[in-house]
Design a binder for this molecule. Structure first.
Ligand code: FCB
Length: 466
């Protein structure tokens, strides 16, 4: 009897120790509003206040890329890939209306704009570059600079030219070289005018939505492929970093990585805790580990494993953090693809994306990045889909207050970019999800500043008055 009790007790102790070990020390982080309000608003000098967009979502007429094809496809149940069968089409017509849009930025009082250049417009066929597309982006840059707005250019934001997609995109081991050739072309043209470059937007979202969850092109559901694509797009990042530095050593180069807070559905269920641990490890830390140490060790227990060591380390001058929400991981033995479910949240308070509003997660993200590096961090995306426009003001305010606390606590945050300037094509959700500070009427392309957005310029003012 004693013997059995001893064994049971040891198992219990090991179980509890494992729980403690795998538990994210920052989970359940929660701040009192009064605490946040008591911290004087202060950002470092030269802070970038901006908004963000991407080419396919905003520009229009991106009809030579993987998303263009995807938007006409149906899945094997006959359902269109995009909600209600929508297509990006002319989107927010930003290609033609960029001057007007820059005026809209100016009236917000921002001093930076993050946007992506469309690879499929710049290199419509392999090795053939369209100088007129580069002319266009140069004009946008000139207009921004003339308005006192710092351009921050993303070189890859989910879209690939059709020729590249047909060749296997980032499944191919040669893809980083192909990518580096394209970005060299862009950087050579614009580097005298552009200081900030983001190589790749959200490597995890690109790889996993496209190759594991099947929600982005090419709609595959294969974890090994997702891991391979994830690795190759990170290699593409470090190759791009080297290529840009070769052209201009003073360029500031970073990556925009999605960081979510991941918590277990139940703190007592070790399977949930392990799931959240690996979600955090694979989805958040992997990118940070790769850019700082060149280390890639993707491991999803019992499903997939891929290791790689790059000889390029410290391949960044800043980290871009895209932060939106928290996800909850729940063990599910019946899901044989991952043995888990990614649930939206514990909370009632959600955005139109059904995402929990959890500002503390931004603090967790910034802290996590700060454990890897002291280099500058830009919050390269943060925003809310809120068609009713009732939650936007508190969303913006609370995330900025949390950012302010992170800065007061010594984190090296040097910029904040609200996603997004004006409503646009929200990928698989089509036009239904309204993240814009400006509401867009897609029949007339009229832009109107939402009431709830006004808190953004007001907060910028308060921050800069101090
Ligand atoms: C991010 C994407 C961005 C936008 C927001 C809502 O994952 O980078 O393009 O769709 O989500």
């Amino acid at each position: 009897m004693k013997y059995i009790l001893g064994i049971l007790l040891s198992i219990l102790i090991i179980y509890l120790l494992l729980l403690l070990l795998l538990r994210d020390g920052q989970s359940n982080l929660s701040f009192e509003t009064s605490e946040l309000n008591n911290i004087p608003l202060k950002v470092p000098t030269g802070f970038l206040w901006g908004t963000a967009t991407s080419s396919h979502q905003a520009e229009g007429n991106s009809n030579n890329n993987n998303w263009f094809l995807f938007e006409s496809e149906k899945d094997n149940t006959g359902k269109p890939r995009i909600k209600e069968g929508q297509k990006a089409g002319i989107a927010a017509d930003h290609w033609n209306r960029y001057k007007e849009d820059i005026k809209l930025m100016k009236s917000l009082g921002v001093n930076a704009f993050r946007f992506s250049v469309e690879w499929s417009k710049i290199e419509p066929q392999e090795g053939v570059f369209d100088e007129s597309a580069l002319d266009h982006y140069e004009e946008v840059v000139d207009e921004l600079k003339a308005s006192g707005i710092e351009p921050v250019i993303t070189l890859h934001h989910f879209t690939n030219p059709i020729w590249f997609e047909k060749k296997g995109a980032f499944e191919e081991d040669n893809s980083p070289n192909v990518f580096a050739r394209y970005i060299s072309k862009v950087v050579k043209r614009l580097n005298k005018k552009v200081e900030y470059w983001i190589t790749v937007n959200e490597p995890t979202v690109y790889a996993f939505n496209g190759y594991f969850f099947g929600e982005f092109p090419p709609a595959e559901k294969n974890m090994d492929k997702a891991a391979l694509v994830f690795r190759n797009i990170l290699i593409a990042h470090s190759e791009a970093y080297l290529a840009i530095k070769q052209i201009n050593l003073n360029a500031k180069v970073g990556i925009a990585t999605a960081i979510y807070a991941f918590d277990p559905n139940s703190w007592w269920n070790i399977a949930d805790v392990v799931g959240a641990y690996y979600a955090n490890r694979n989805m958040n830390e992997e990118v940070l580990d790769y850019i700082t140490n060149g280390r890639f060790d993707f491991y999803f227990p019992t499903i997939s494993k891929l290791e790689y060591q790059s000889d390029v380390i410290n391949s960044f001058d800043f980290v871009g953090v895209n932060y939106y929400t928290r996800f909850v991981i729940r063990f599910n033995p019946f899901n044989d693809k991952s043995y888990q479910e990614v649930k939206q949240t514990f909370a009632e308070y959600k955005t139109d994306m059904n995402w929990e509003i959890y500002p503390e997660g931004l603090y967790r993200a910034l802290k996590q990045v700060s454990t890897f590096t002291n280099k500058p961090i830009f919050i390269s995306e943060n925003g809310i889909a809120d068609d009713g426009d009732t939650k936007r003001p508190s969303f913006i305010k609370n995330h900025l207050l949390v950012m302010n606390k992170a800065i007061a606590d010594g984190m090296n945050v040097k910029g904040y970019f609200y996603w997004t300037l004006m409503d646009n094509f929200e990928w698989a959700q089509g036009f239904s999800k309204r993240f814009g500070l400006y509401k867009v009427d897609f029949n007339t392309q009229e832009r109107i500043l939402r009431e709830g957005s006004k808190v953004y310029p007001e907060m910028i003012k308060k921050f800069t008055e101090y």
